[in-house]
Design a protein around this ligand. Structure first.
Ligand code: NAP
Length: 555
């Protein structure tokens, strides 16, 4: 590996070449210019490496570039979400709300790209179609859908865990004559819902945010719900000038607090178990958390509510009562209350007046378990008992999570081994960052990596810093090849599965478990996350590095 761009014979920072020309050579190729790709580019540049990022979108930002649907915002406290590595950026950027909306977060990432002058090393509007490792040359060769080719010693995927949108497999889907949109592929132009007949299919976090916003202006909104999710209030607010000053003065403490918590949020689980306190004290604690902003009710709760069924049942009962109190029609409330899983065992959408939407005259809830969709028609949606007419259909139907974006690239390791095939029965990884048979491939925010269930910038920084240290060590030792051993991969995969078995969310169908009814081969539960928590994950990664990269063959 080179220490400077010139040390790799023909490394050059120019864009990759088009079809027919010899591929352009870099030290590293990064796929994706979202939060992880941007930071990785910045860190590798500082090592003196030549790096090229290929990005499918026309701008930086990844998730925040694509998910422009009405009401899109994160559930992390804004001031805990930004990059922590640069004082300059921390000082210069003012978040305006405690939970920033998508346009603000995208502006933030564009500001970071400007500040770090990242765009000159990013090729936009270019999707990587295939990546193959040439064992003899020790190089990854990539091909894009626009016909570009490029090669590099290292291939770093920064494709994001929720970036491969999936549409339902419904007959007639292309025949609809009105406008239709997927939340994760939202157009850049404004969409006017005023007075329109709008359908939303899907009630995950994207659906919930969309519904509560569209309901304000649509002439009529019909929500098509298959399984309800447990939602809880976000309690967003503007950041006052006083709060702004306090936030700016306490970034060190904020990030230190995040480092110590399971998912790197500011919320830390309560050390008590749910049954250790009286029913009255438990109720009062749930009430307090329900009234507070953010994920406290989910991850700042008693320490056993996500692992012990009886503890979980007390919380689930509390939230069910809240829903019944907020929705006037008891039959509608009943449809909105999940019966097949407890609170928090799937990703909890945070909401603002979501349940009250169903008290509005212009909103109707269709329970697809009673009357499934049969087809999309030219004019709308046909269920088993009715034809609905719409001007706009919104698909809030989610993503082929975590492995989906990698599956969409034809990744081939040694001997032409396909990553898609290797992971057909579920991912096998070492630290969620590499997989045997794929030398010099590093999967930021990959499966089995704590970053997939995290206040994600915090875990992205950890992933990127760890990878950067690895590449620096290799450079210093004159090493050019890195690959997880089978033994290490087997042990890590077993560790991930064993940890998962302690958690209630492995007993439930959701994207955490790799379930997506719209994707062939994704109907069997396979745990995609790392449930040991970010501190334990960080410790394991650091131990591996301290033991001369134990479990990793370096050559
Ligand atoms: P999701 O949670 O997977 O939800 C997809 C929804 O579409 C589910 O309600 C699902 O029903 C429904 N659906 C899928 N296929 C369907 C079909 N063929 N017919 C009818 N309904 C169908 O996806 P998402 O809402 O886009 O959220 C994904 C993740 O992105 C979230 O869990 C979260 O991690 C992240 N996200 C975060 C935020 C935030 O920070 N606030 C916002 C949005 C998304 P079933 O449940 O029955 O499958």
């Amino acid at each position: 590996m080179s220490t400077t761009p010139t040390a790799t014979p023909d490394a050059t920072p120019d864009a990759a070449r088009t079809a027919g020309q010899a591929p352009q050579r870099y030290d590293a190729i990064i796929i994706g210019a979202g939060m992880s790709g941007m930071y990785q580019l910045h860190r590798l540049r500082a090592l003196g490496m030549s790096v090229r990022v290929f990005e499918a979108g026309s701008g930086v930002g990844g998730t925040w570039y694509w998910n422009r649907y009405p009401g899109a915002r994160f559930d992390s406290e804004s001031w805990s979400y930004g990059y922590s590595f640069s004082d300059e950026i921390l000082k210069a950027w003012d978040w305006t709300e405690h939970f920033a909306p998508q346009p603000e977060t995208l502006r933030y990432l564009e500001f970071v790209a400007d500040t770090l002058d990242l765009r000159r090393d990013i090729t936009f509007d270019t999707r990587v179609r295939s990546a193959a490792f040439d064992d003899t040359a020790g190089l990854w060769r990539i091909e894009t859908t626009t016909g570009l080719t490029a090669e590099a010693r290292f291939l770093i995927t920064a494709v994001g865990p929720l970036s491969a949108p999936t549409m339902p497999k419904l007959p007639g889907i292309d025949t609809f004559k009105g406008a239709s949109y997927h939340t994760g592929l939202w157009p850049h132009h404004p969409v006017d819902f005023a007075g329109k007949r709008v359908a939303v299919i899907g009630t995950g976090a994207s659906g919930v945010q969309t519904i509560q916003e569209v309901a304000k202006v649509a002439g009529h909104l019909t929500v098509f719900q298959r399984k309800p999710n447990w939602c809880a209030p976000l309690h967003n607010a503007k950041i006052t000038p006083d709060e702004q000053r306090r936030i700016k003065a306490s970034y060190d403490e904020i990030f230190a607090r995040c480092r110590e918590s399971h998912g790197c949020f500011i919320h830390k689980a309560d050390p008590r178990k749910a049954m250790e306190v009286s029913p009255e004290a438990r109720e009062a604690f749930y009430e307090k958390l329900y009234g507070e902003p953010g994920f406290g009710i989910w991850i700042g709760n008693f320490r056993d509510v996500l692992s012990d069924e009886a503890a979980n049942a007390t919380l689930t009962d509390f939230i069910a009562r809240k829903i019944r109190a907020r929705v006037k029609d008891p039959r509608i409330a009943d449809k909105l209350i999940p019966k097949d899983h407890g609170f928090g065992t799937r990703r909890v959408p945070l909401e603002t007046n979501y349940y009250e939407v169903y008290n509005q005259d212009n909103v109707e809830l269709v329970d697809l378990r009673e009357t499934p969709i049969e087809r999309i028609t030219e004019t709308g949606i046909r269920t088993s008992d009715r034809d609905f007419a719409f001007d706009i259909i919104i698909y809030a139907t989610g993503f082929d999570a975590v492995t989906g974006a990698l599956d969409r690239i034809d990744v081939r390791g040694t001997g032409g081994l396909s990553l898609r095939q290797k992971w057909a029965e579920g991912p096998r990884t070492y630290l969620g960052l590499m997989t045997a048979g794929f030398p010099n491939l590093l999967t930021l925010v990959g499966p089995h990596n704590s970053a997939t269930f995290c206040n994600i910038p915090r875990c992205i920084e950890q992933n990127v810093d760890w990878v950067t240290d690895l590449l620096r060590t290799m450079r210093d030792k004159g090493l050019t090849r890195v690959e997880a051993t089978r033994d290490a991969e087997d042990a890590w995969t077993a560790h991930v599965i064993e940890l998962g078995q302690k958690m209630l969310f492995t007993k439930v169908d959701s994207w955490f478990m790799g379930i997506n009814s719209n994707v062939e081969g994704k109907q069997t539960r396979t745990f995609l996350l790392y449930s040991g928590g970010a501190p334990m994950y960080r410790e394991k990664c650091d131990e591996v590095a301290a033991r001369d990269y134990e479990g990793i063959a370096l050559a």
